[in-house]
Design a protein around this ligand. Structure first.
Ligand code: ZN
Length: 456
């Protein structure tokens, strides 16, 4: 069954594919011109604000490194034939490799080669952001083909010098409800599911939400993983202590199952909303517990901030053999899968948008529905498969009236009743129109620990 979105028609596959094709070849890292070019392309879709943070800037326990850029790199035989060529795949270079231009014996070169014996046709993804070294990542077959007695010309035309780290953000701040964080990362070179897919879903989600009236506020950020989220938290510390919850968008277009990686809190509003959206979609999905590895949720939910941050995925990182290799490419992912995960994110955000306590104006006993024309029409009216049956509509009205005590919300009523959130929400709208329900002010996270100042 194709997934649908409460935000209307989903993007065309060709439009998603076009952005995939455009961004995939760019050599990204945690800094550098590849990231800038990527952010400039995304800004064409979603009007981002781009920030530059100078090398040497301190952010909590971290320091912004020198900026790294690369123009070319190769290993050639003594006839000048390129045996390993950066132009063929930017994964061939260990990210942040320092420049080199030397002739080396195979034994000398071999210490700087990385390959995967268990996956002989895959180039592994390797980085060395915080050390001064260089290396080539190659397939095991390429490594085996080297003449052990020959010498090789080794060139890396890179620079590592003071510059800046780039990140993007956009605040959708028209709403007066709680604020949510929607984050992704921009540092991976030509890798598909992790995390080209996340960058693209994030961009389409932002572009689509930017055109909608919204009750809540949303903080979209795109940062290099780890260092970027640390910098962002340090630069926006006060604002981030007020964020009610969030998502890290990563690995959303693989061939595997959908999944949900729970927040550290486990049962926060974002967790419940995501699980309900996945369940209502009628698909198979897998729950992944929080773990202290993973992505930027480590920083968003660090002790001082504790922002409940989850991840809806399709082929989650660590669950597929192609992960962090050249096999996680444009063949491994697809626009269709990405759009299915976009629909799930939009359903989840729609649940957050609808979330507010409901108060019955008829709390003494059940209202008489018939005299208000609230009995759904019974019989042969046309309805689509996604629409609730008249019996379900009546059930939803009864559940909402029964639970609207000023504490319960559309999500809690949907979960308790087992009915789809869309059915409950439609009943809520009907009952508000009929004057039987009054919505209250959202309370984003009752019971979430309050933060009382910085540790000394
Ligand atoms: Zn990764």
């Amino acid at each position: 069954m194709p997934l649908t979105s409460p935000f209307g028609a989903l993007p065309a596959e060709a439009d998603v594919q076009a952005l995939m094709n455009r961004l995939y070849p760019i050599c990204r890292s945690i800094t550098g011109d590849g990231v800038r070019e990527t952010l400039a392309i995304l800004a064409g879709y979603a009007n981002l604000q781009v920030h530059e943070v100078a090398s040497g800037t301190i952010a909590y326990d971290w320091t912004v490194p020198d900026e790294w850029n690369i123009r070319d790199a190769f290993i050639a035989d003594m006839n000048g034939k390129r045996l390993v060529d950066f132009r063929a795949s930017n994964l061939h270079i260990v990210s942040y490799s320092i420049p080199i231009n030397q002739t080396l014996t195979f034994a000398e070169l071999d210490q700087h080669l990385h390959s995967l014996p268990s996956q002989p046709d895959a180039i592994p993804y390797r980085t060395a952001y915080y050390s001064s070294t260089w290396g080539f990542a190659i397939t095991q077959r390429q490594r085996d083909a080297f003449d052990r007695n020959a010498t090789y010309r080794v060139v890396i035309d890179s620079t590592k010098a003071p510059g800046s780290l780039s990140y993007g953000e956009r605040l959708l701040s028209d709403g007066d409800g709680p604020e949510y964080l929607i984050s992704t990362y921009s540092c991976h070179p030509s890798l598909g599911n992790d995390n080209l897919s996340g960058l693209i879903l994030w961009t389409f989600l932002l572009a689509r939400m930017a055109h909608r009236p919204l009750r809540n506020r949303y903080r979209f950020i795109v940062v290099p993983e780890t260092i970027g989220s640390v910098i962002y938290m340090a630069r926006n510390e006060a604002a981030m202590t007020g964020v009610a919850g969030g998502f890290v968008v990563t690995c959303v277009a693989g061939p595997g199952e959908h999944g949900y990686k729970s927040s550290f809190a486990g049962h926060s509003l974002v967790d419940r909303a995501a699980r309900k959206a996945l369940t209502d979609a009628g698909i198979n999905w897998e729950e992944f517990p929080f773990d202290a590895g993973g992505s930027d949720e480590r920083n968003y939910s660090a002790p001082f901030f504790r922002i409940p941050t989850g991840t809806i995925s399709k082929s989650k990182y660590y669950t597929y053999d192609e992960y962090h290799t050249s096999l996680d490419n444009l063949t491994f992912i697809s626009a269709r899968e990405l759009i299915s995960t976009l629909a799930l994110y939009e359903s989840t955000i729609h649940i957050l948008e609808c979330e507010r306590p409901l108060n019955s104006r008829m709390p003494y006993c059940e209202p008489m529905l018939g005299k208000r024309g609230l009995y759904p029409e019974i019989g042969g009216s046309q309805r689509s498969a996604a629409e609730a049956s008249p019996a379900e509509q009546l059930d939803a009205i009864r559940w909402v009236m029964h639970m609207a005590d000023g504490q319960e919300t559309p999500l809690s009523i949907a979960m308790r009743s087992g009915l789809p959130h869309t059915t409950i929400n439609k009943a809520v709208d009907t009952l508000i129109d009929a004057g039987l329900i009054v919505p209250g002010t959202p309370d984003p996270e009752p019971g979430r620990a309050s933060r009382s100042g910085r540790p000394s």
